[in-house]
Design a protein around this ligand. Structure first.
Ligand code: SER
Length: 390
């Protein structure tokens, strides 16, 4: 099953079960929202999980692009991406958690053809505020799926306050031999789907209050699911990355990790640009700037003359098309090249300054501040230059 078929199967299943399809929103959260980027499918739905009636009804489904800055340092491994798509389904005070789990099992088994013998789940085992999630435990036991009980790993929240609740995560065995161990102890169990029983709101003092309605919020990482279904070990092997993983190595000779980071960050940078964000020194724009600079740092490690001018239009176009973004290839390329020019110039100016500073001894906090405030050199860049100069 390729990416499009996986998406259509998920959406189709939920539509058959009376869910209204939403159009996914942009990576930019609505005005006034404190987070930098949309981090999960539920995020734009927060007011409706808290009780406001949704115009689409009480059963919803969508695919939402997400960006988690907390995952940035993990990118380069087999499963994390900077920008990823999340398939999601919601019961806004409609059906209960066990129904969601049963449908989930049904869809995995018959819709996606996952062997039930290769599934394992985790369930919230209770803590000092909330008891164990007995509904989920009983449902999985009845379905014959092995359960591991955990505490913190099975409590989902989008931040320190707001809607939250116990969750049940579904893992698929990706090892070569028969399944062994449990999800928390063996990374060959890959998490593909999370069902959150979103029934509480956490207050700033840490206390929990039941929400006016009992919701279910599920999220499945599309790229990760496709990877598992296609039997690849890494998300970069799946069809969505095929054009990237074919064209980039022909252009630049990179080590394995650099290749992944370059492909991920360029693809993610294009999507961020496609949502109207421009590079800057703060907020969303700074995340974009860091993505581009990390790409350039990797490229220039091997050869300082490499340039993003060589990036083929087809890769930019493929990404914008996939995410349904209307900004043209030309403007995206223009911003990338402009960033490259700026970064080259910053390094040219910064290298001797950092070199002078480092000769006086190890850099202290105030040196970093001075380099930033007087020379416009961010800490990350100074650290990079330091290791280059050593
Ligand atoms: N909100 C949950 C998650 O992000 C399920 O959608 O995993």
């Amino acid at each position: 099953m390729d990416t499009q078929e996986t998406l259509d199967t998920f959406i189709g299943y939920y539509r058959e079960h009376g869910h209204h399809r939403l159009t996914g929103s942009s990576l930019r959260p609505p005005p006034g929202d404190p987070v930098l980027f949309t981090t999960s499918g539920m995020h734009p739905l927060t007011p409706y999980l808290e009780g406001r009636p949704h115009p689409g009804g009480t059963r919803l489904v969508n695919v939402q692009r997400c960006l988690r800055t907390t995952d940035l340092d993990e990118v380069g491994d087999d499963t994390h991406l900077t920008v990823f798509e999340m398939l999601g389904s919601w019961s806004l005070g409609d059906y209960d958690g066990p129904t969601s789990l049963r449908w989930g099992h049904d869809l995995l088994r018959y819709g996606f053809g996952v062997d039930p013998g290769r599934m394992h789940v985790t369930v919230f085992g209770g803590d000092d505020q909330v008891g164990p999630d007995t509904g989920s435990l009983a449902t999985w036991t009845d379905l014959g799926v092995p359960v591991e009980l955990t505490r913190d790993d099975n409590w989902w929240s989008n931040g320190p306050t707001g809607p939250c609740g116990p969750d049940s995560e579904i893992f698929v065995w990706t090892g070569d031999g028969p399944p062994e161990g449990t999800p928390t102890g063996d990374p060959r169990w890959v998490e593909v789907w999370n069902h959150v029983m979103m029934r509480y709101r956490r207050h700033p003092d840490g206390s929990l209050e039941p929400l006016v309605q009992r919701n279910v919020d599920t999220g499945m990482g599309l790229e990760r699911m496709v990877t598992v279904l296609q039997g690849h070990r890494s998300v970069y092997g799946s069809d969505g990355f095929e054009p990237w993983m074919t064209r980039i190595p022909r252009l630049w000779d990179l080590d394995g990790e650099s290749l992944r980071i370059v492909c991920d960050h360029l693809r993610s940078g294009i999507v961020v640009l496609g949502d109207g964000i421009r590079p800057s020194n703060t907020g969303q724009g700074y995340v974009l700037r860091r993505l581009v600079r990390r790409v350039l740092t990797r490229l220039w490690r091997g050869d300082g003359s490499r340039t993003l001018s060589d990036l083929p239009d087809t890769l930019i176009g493929h990404t914008l098309d996939h995410f349904g973004q209307e900004v043209g290839i030309g403007p995206v390329r223009g911003v990338l090249l402009d960033e490259e020019r700026r970064f080259r110039e910053l390094l040219r100016r910064g290298r001797p300054v950092v070199d002078r500073q480092r000769r006086r001894g190890p850099l202290r906090e105030e040196d970093f501040r001075y380099l930033h405030d007087t020379h416009g050199l961010p800490r990350e860049l100074v650290t990079g230059l330091l290791s280059e100069l050593e």
